[in-house]
Design a protein around this ligand. Structure first.
Ligand SMILES: *Cc1c(COP(=O)(O)O)cnc(C)c1O
Ligand SMILES: [Zn+2]
Length: 431
């Protein structure tokens, strides 16, 4: 307990500045007053190792809270009790299409309750918000976070204020308002929305999950890493491909792997991290490819992968550093490649992912073609959101659907006649 600060349990040391290392008490605060560095939850792993064993996990339900000792919540969680526990799919057909022997898809498109990996981060953030006494919560969002905060706040009896860029997909807006959230569209980019939310949190004293509750929020992403390791029989994968918006998820999967190694639950395995972005908003992948030490903000993001469209990513610096130091790489793909990636995943694995998933699959394909991802080693691809929320991007496939009169002659013509199929390049061809 010698290195902890007051107001913390013994397993949580405090909030530590990622820049200077200064330790702060556990409270709603996301930056260091000395250097404005981001704060991160710090733990005492010796204490955690005594409280939680791999054996104890066998008795716990298959959701993200089975790892609760590794999360910054005191006592029992109160919000988002069913998040996580998503499948790691052995993707044989996608693997064959890409020429990869051992390919896995971590499918967070089926997270509960709002079908994206954001249900993990929100479960932690809102459980913490309740613990800290907040009754009004909210967020700045590119869509999925909005959905998850709205649903989980409703179920927890919390009031919510959610701010988004005004040009979001209809489904992302709808899936926020139905839960009774106060949704506000802002004429501006995500970065402008985020700045506004920082002022709101300060003025109104609310718990905004990715602003003043960000250190707790971000920890929820670690559970994706724990699950991948456990689903691989407590082994760490050699390669992980993850989409990047704010650049937090990719770093937290790495943190999870480091923690499992420190606890002695897995043997130390160097994992290479690969970041995926859309070319219309690629501050982090550009920094990696150019060899820059930090990213240059993108002023006007322009991509169908709206959930990843953060021009000035909060964790961009750390994501860039991790990718390089791990020996991985980053790439970005065009809107057309994103659509191809979505259709490739759905037509090989039966998984309909949103545009961000198309980004991740298309980047994986590109990195394999470049020889940056070795096709003969195990690769885990992280799918983070559901295609039902970004249907506009693949609407074109509807053009191949025939309509017939109710008789066999017309049906026979379809079975025996030339077939119109929408190819992955989404051009129609006759076969
Ligand atoms: C938020 C989000 C991400 C990336 O999250 P960061 O941690 O901000 O990098 C990836 N995919 C989807 C679908 C998201 O909504
Ligand atoms: Zn600091």
């Amino acid at each position: 307990m010698s290195n902890s600060v007051s107001g913390c349990s013994s397993r949580i040391t405090g909030l530590r500045c990622r820049t200077c290392g200064k330790l702060y008490p556990v409270q709603a605060n996301n930056f260091c007053t000395e250097d404005f560095g981001p704060l991160e939850v710090a733990y005492d792993y010796e204490v955690i190792g005594k409280q939680l064993t791999k054996n104890e996990l066998k008795n716990r339900p298959w959701n993200m809270w089975r790892y609760r000792e590794l999360l910054p919540v005191e006592g029992e969680p109160t919000v988002g009790l069913h998040a996580g526990g998503t499948p790691l799919v052995r993707a044989k057909r996608l693997g064959a299409a890409l020429g990869v022997k051992q390919l896995y898809v971590k499918n967070d498109a089926v997270n509960f309750p709002t079908l994206s990996f954001k249900d993990r981060v929100v479960s932690v953030a809102l459980s913490k918000a309740k613990e800290l006494g907040f009754t009004t919560v909210g967020c700045a969002s590119t869509g999925n976070l909005a959905n998850s905060v709205a649903a989980n706040a409703a179920a927890a009896g919390l009031e919510s204020y959610i701010l988004v860029p005004s040009d979001l997909e209809k489904a992302k807006l709808l899936n926020t308002v139905v839960y009774g959230a106060n949704l506000i569209r802002v004429h501006g980019t995500y970065d402008q929305v985020n700045r506004l939310c920082t002022q709101i949190a300060f003025k109104y004293g609310w718990g905004l999950v990715n602003i003043n509750l960000r250190p707790f929020y971000a920890e929820g992403s670690k559970t994706m890493g724990y699950e991948i390791a456990e689903e691989l029989g407590w082994n760490l994968p050699k390669h992980v491909v993850a989409p990047m918006a704010g650049g937090s998820l990719i770093g937290k999967i790495n943190k999870a792997f480091n923690e499992l190694t420190q606890l002695g639950w897995v043997t130390e395995t160097p994992t290479r991290f690969y970041g995926a972005q859309a070319s219309g908003c690629s501050p982090i992948s550009t920094a990696v490819k150019q060899g820059w030490e930090s990213h240059k903000p993108v002023k006007k993001p322009n991509t169908i992968a709206k959930s990843l469209a953060i021009g000035d990513p909060a964790d961009g610096y750390f994501a860039n550093k991790l990718i390089k130091s791990s020996g991985g790489w980053a790439e970005d793909v065009t809107d057309e490649e994103i659509v191809e990636g979505m259709l490739l995943l759905s037509q090989t694995e039966g998984i309909f992912a949103e545009t961000a998933g198309g980004v991740t699959v298309a980047v994986t394909k590109k990195l394999i073609e470049q020889g940056k991802l070795p096709a003969d080693e195990p690769i885990v691809v992280c799918i983070t959101g559901n295609g039902l929320k970004t249907q506009d991007s693949v609407e074109k496939v509807l053009e191949q659907v025939p309509a017939i009169e109710p008789n066999m002659v017309e049906f026979d013509k379809i079975v025996t006649g030339p077939k119109e199929v929408v190819q992955l390049t989404h051009e129609r061809v006759l076969v």
